[in-house]
Write a protein that binds this ligand. Structure first.
Ligand code: NAP
Length: 494
C-alpha cells in the first residue's frame, strides 16, 4: 500500500505537490494504516466520484496515538515558548505556500466553492500565526503577597495531551483553531477529523511534519469517530478535549469526559437570528443576508436560519432578498459557483423536510424549494416567507441553503423571538439607531453579535456560544485557556 495516494494526480485537478494527498493516519511521526490496515473510501460530494481511500484505525491504534502524544509531552512542554513559536510559524508559512493545493483538496472532499476554500486556508493559517505569537506570552499573572515573609507566584502550565475532534464543514480551520492554541500552550495533540473530509487534516499533518514538529507532538487519527474517539474520552492521560460539531455529539462527549474530569471546549450548533429594523440600510441588509445565509452552501454554524424583518420593511426585504437568492449560481466547487453540494443525503433530506413542514404550516415559497438539477446532493437556494413560529425551521438548525422569513412589530417582540432557542452562537442585527444597537446587543443571548455586517470572525476575537451552543472560547488569548492549568506557588522567606 502506498503512503501517498496516486489517484488524485490522474484527475484534472492535479496538485503541484501530490505528497500532500495522504491516506494514512499520522501517529508518532509515522504514516500508518493501523494494525489491521483497513481502509474506507472518501468521495467527492459534487459528483460522487471516488477521491481516495483512508485508513480506518482501531481503538487500540487510537490508544497508541495517546501513547505517542504522552511520550512527546515532556520534551515539547519543556521547550522554550520561542522554540515552539518558530515551529508554529513555519507551519503557518507552509500553509500559505501550499494554499492552492490545500484549497483544492478541501473543495474536492467538502464541495465548497474554491474561492471559499482559499479563504478558509487563509483563515485557518491565521490561527497558526496568531498562536505562534501567543506562545511567547504565556500570560503569567502576578500578585503581591498577602502573607508576611512569603512570595507568591501564579503560573500557567500545559494540561498534557489534548484530543481535538473536528467537523466536515470547515475541515482545515477548525483543526488549526484548536491545534495551534494547544500546541502553543505546550500540549501535545491527538486529532480526529470527520470521516467525510479527512484529506484536509492529513495534508496539514504532512505540513506539520515538514515544519519540524517532533514525532508524537501532532497526531491525526482517521477512522470511525466512535471507535477512535471513545478511548480518548476514557483515557485519563487525555486532559483536555476540544470538539466542534453538533450539540448532540457535544453532549455525549461532555458525559463521557465526566469520569476523568477533562477540560472541555465545545463549539456546537447555532440557529442564528437575522434581525432587520425598518430604519436599516435595506440594500446592505439584503447583501449581508445573502452572505449570512449562503456561505458554505448554508452549512455553517454561523449561518442565519431565522430572518425577522420589521413590518414596514417586510415586503421590500422579502422581494429583494428572494431576487438576489434566485440569481445565485449552483454547481461544483471547482467551477466556483456560489452554492456547492451538500455533504450527504441526510442534509438534502433535512432541507426537504424543513421546506415541506413550513409550507404545510402556511409559509409562502418565494424561490427554490427543491433539489437542484446539478446533482443529487445539490439543493436550490430557497426563500420561505410568512414562516410561522411553530415551523421546524424556526427551532432546528437547517444547515443548508434554505432561509425562513417572518415579520415583527416591536423591538421587545423580536428580541424575545430571537432568544427563544437553546442555541446562542451568533445574532445579526441591522438598524441605524445607536440606542437600539446598545439595548439589543445587551439583550441578545448570543456569544457573538454582528451589527450591520456579517463577517465578524478572525484569530484575535473570542469565538464561541452561550447556552447549548457551547463552552469556552476559541481564538484570542482565551483560546489557550482550556489547554493550561493554573498553578499557585507560595514561598516562605523566613
Ligand atoms: P457531528 O456529527 O457532531 O460531527 C462532528 C465530529 O464529531 C466529526 O469528527 C464526527 O466524525 C465526530 N463524531 C460523530 N459521532 C461521534 C461520536 N459518537 N463520538 C465522537 N465523535 C463523533 O457534526 P457535523 O454534522 O459533522 O457538523 C455540523 C455541526 O457542527 C452543526 O451543528 C454545526 O453548527 C456545528 N459546527 C459548529 C461550529 C462552531 O464553531 N460552533 C463550527 C462548525 C460546525 P464523523 O464525521 O467521522 O462521524
Amino acid at each position: 500500500m502506498s503512503l501517498v495516494q496516486t489517484k488524485f494526480k490522474t484527475t484534472q485537478f492535479e496538485l503541484s505537490d501530490p505528497a500532500l494527498f495522504r491516506g494514512f493516519s499520522y501517529i508518532g511521526g509515522r504514516w500508518t494504516a493501523g494494525a489491521a490496515a483497513q481502509m474506507f473510501a472518501v468521495s467527492n460530494p459534487a459528483d460522487g466520484s471516488h477521491l481516495g481511500d483512508v485508513a480506518s484505525l482501531s481503538a487500540k491504534d487510537s490508544i497508541g496515538a495517546v501513547d505517542a502524544a504522552q511520550n512527546a509531552f515532556a520534551a515539547w512542554s519543556s521547550l522554550l515558548p520561542q522554540q515552539r513559536s518558530v515551529i508554529l510559524r513555519r507551519w503557518f508559512e507552509l500553509m500559505l505556500e501550499h494554499k492552492e493545493d490545500l484549497a483544492r483538496i478541501m473543495t474536492l472532499e467538502q464541495g465548497k466553492p474554491i474561492s471559499e476554500a482559499r479563504g478558509e486556508i487563509d483563515y485557518g493559517a491565521s490561527f497558526v500565526e496568531f498562536f505562534a505569537e501567543e506562545a511567547k506570552r504565556p500570560n503569567i499573572e502576578s500578585v503581591t503577597s498577602h502573607l508576611p515573609d512569603a512570595e507568591v507566584e501564579i503560573w500557567r502550565e500545559p494540561v498534557g495531551v489534548a484530543a481535538l475532534i473536528t467537523p466536515w464543514n470547515f475541515p482545515s480551520a477548525m483543526l488549526t483553531r484548536k491545534a495551534a492554541a494547544a500546541l502553543a500552550a505546550g500540549c501535545t495533540v491527538v486529532a480526529h477529523p470527520s470521516a467525510e473530509t479527512p484529506f484536509s487534516a492529513l495534508a496539514l499533518a504532512e505540513l506539520a511534519e515538514r515544519a519540524g514538529f517532533p514525532a508524537g507532538v501532532f497526531n491525526v487519527v482517521t477512522g470511525s469517530a466512535p471507535v477512535v474517539v471513545e478511548p480518548w474520552m476514557t483515557d485519563k492521560r487525555v486532559r483536555a478535549v476540544s470538539f466542534t460539531g453538533s450539540t448532540e455529539i457535544g453532549k455525549l462527549l461532555y458525559r463521557q469526559s465526566a469520569d476523568t474530569v477533562k477540560r472541555l471546549v465545545l463549539e456546537l450548533g447555532g440557529h442564528a437570528p437575522f434581525i432587520v429594523f425598518a430604519d436599516a440600510d435595506l440594500d446592505k441588509a439584503v447583501a449581508e443576508a445573502i452572505k449570512a445565509k449562503f456561505a458554505t452552501s448554508g452549512q455553517d454554524c454561523l449561518g442565519a436560519n431565522r430572518f425577522f424583518i420589521e413590518r414596514p420593511a417586510y415586503d421590500a426585504f422579502c422581494s429583494r432578498f428572494a431576487d438576489a437568492t434566485a440569481k445565485l449560481t449552483v454547481g461544483i466547487g471547482m467551477d466556483n459557483r456560489d452554492i456547492g453540494p451538500l455533504m450527504n443525503d441526510k442534509a438534502v433530506a433535512k432541507q426537504r423536510e424543513h421546506v415541506a413542514d413550513a409550507l404545510a404550516k402556511g409559509a409562502r415559497l418565494l424561490t427554490g424549494g427543491d433539489q437542484h438539477k446539478a446533482g443529487p446532493l445539490f439543493f436550490q437556494p430557497t426563500v420561505l416567507a410568512d414562516v410561522p413560529a411553530g415551523a421546524l425551521i424556526m427551532h432546528e438548525e437547517t444547515f443548508g441553503p434554505v432561509a425562513a422569513i417572518a415579520p415583527f412589530d416591536t423591538e421587545e417582540e423580536v428580541l424575545q423571538k430571537a432568544n427563544d432557542t437553546e442555541y446562542g452562537l451568533v445574532a445579526y442585527l441591522h438598524t441605524q439607531d445607536p440606542r437600539r444597537i446598545y439595548r439589543a446587543s445587551r439583550a441578545l443571548q448570543f456569544g457573538m453579535v454582528a451589527i450591520n455586517r456579517t463577517k465578524v470572525t478572525g484569530a484575535p476575537i473570542p469565538f464561541g456560544g452561550m447556552k447549548q451552543s457551547g463552552l469556552e472560547r476559541e481564538g484570542s488569548r482565551l483560546g489557550m485557556e482550556a489547554f493550561t492549568e493554573v498553578k499557585y506557588v507560595c514561598r516562605d522567606w523566613a
